[in-house]
Design a protein around this ligand. Structure first.
Ligand SMILES: [Zn+2]
Length: 263
């Protein structure tokens, strides 16, 4: 978390790979048409563990017909393809260290040049702190783009602990249950195959509380970062998946409206 800012940097040469022209927004750009995906909209979803960011990213991606870019997937893919950035990332991963921000930003930079990103993207898993947000903004500026809206999904911590610590997964078939919200018909056994239900290590209450603490300290300041830039929309993440999806859709529509007093 304390690593120094490393973007921009002179090497690796991957930075200097030929760039596609920055995608051009539809003209005239009509913000009200965001729902009809008429113009580019580059989004970030923020929120604590257990609040449903992953699920909501997928739903937004589908609704706006823009890709969800998961930095975890980008890293795995780069490692698999043995690209220059991938090989460098692998060194960090093998040492059990966090991959340098510059590598992740470099992977995003290449990914958003793909044609499916012309209309925008939803970034998933990045940035996680203010330094990364700065590095991302610098890169996007160079590519003629910017983050349009950061949606922060919020929920009370005790609810998040209940949601995560109550998860159970079948030790045999992998089916997922929840002691409170989606109990197995067979109690502590899987209702599909009868095998024992277990709790993932990451879902243990003490681990969840530690993850929430890390979120409060390093990721929460990001909400302020985007708020100061007028890009933040807060959404209450305590209802059902569908309710939260509706709130986010409304927040994005509002974000696309011109500010009051101007037309
Ligand atoms: Zn099972």
């Amino acid at each position: 978390m304390d690593e120094p800012r490393t973007y921009p940097e002179p090497s690796p040469s991957a930075w200097h790979a030929p760039k596609a022209k920055p995608p051009v927004c539809c003209d005239p750009c009509r913000p009200r048409d965001v729902r009809k995906d008429r113009c580019g909209v580059n989004l970030i979803l923020l929120g604590p563990p257990g609040v449903g960011k992953g699920t909501q990213s997928k739903l937004i991606s589908k609704r706006l017909a823009i890709p969800q870019i998961s930095t975890g997937d980008l890293l795995r893919e780069a490692v698999r393809q043995k690209t220059k950035l991938g090989l460098e990332a692998k060194l960090y991963m093998e040492r059990g260290e966090l991959v340098r921000d510059g590598i992740v930003v470099g992977l995003i930079e290449r990914r958003i040049q793909d044609p499916d990103c012309t209309k925008g993207f939803v970034l998933d898993g990045f940035p996680r702190n203010v330094e990364q947000a700065d590095a991302l903004a610098t890169m996007l500026r160079g590519a003629g783009r910017r983050i349009d809206t950061a949606v922060c999904i919020e929920a009370a911590e005790d609810l998040l602990v209940r949601r995560i610590a109550g998860r159970r997964v079948c030790s045999s078939c992998g089916s997922e249950f929840h002691v409170e919200f989606r109990p197995s018909a067979k109690g502590k056994l899987c209702e599909r195959c009868g095998a024992e239900l277990v709790q993932r290590k990451d879902d243990r209450e003490d681990v969840v509380k530690e993850r929430l603490r890390v979120y409060r300290e390093s990721t929460q300041p990001l909400a302020r970062y985007y708020e100061e830039r007028g890009l933040l929309r807060r959404v209450k993440g305590e209802g059902t998946i569908e309710e939260i999806e509706r709130l986010i859709a409304r927040a994005l529509e509002e974000a696309a409206q011109p500010p009051p007093g101007r037309s």
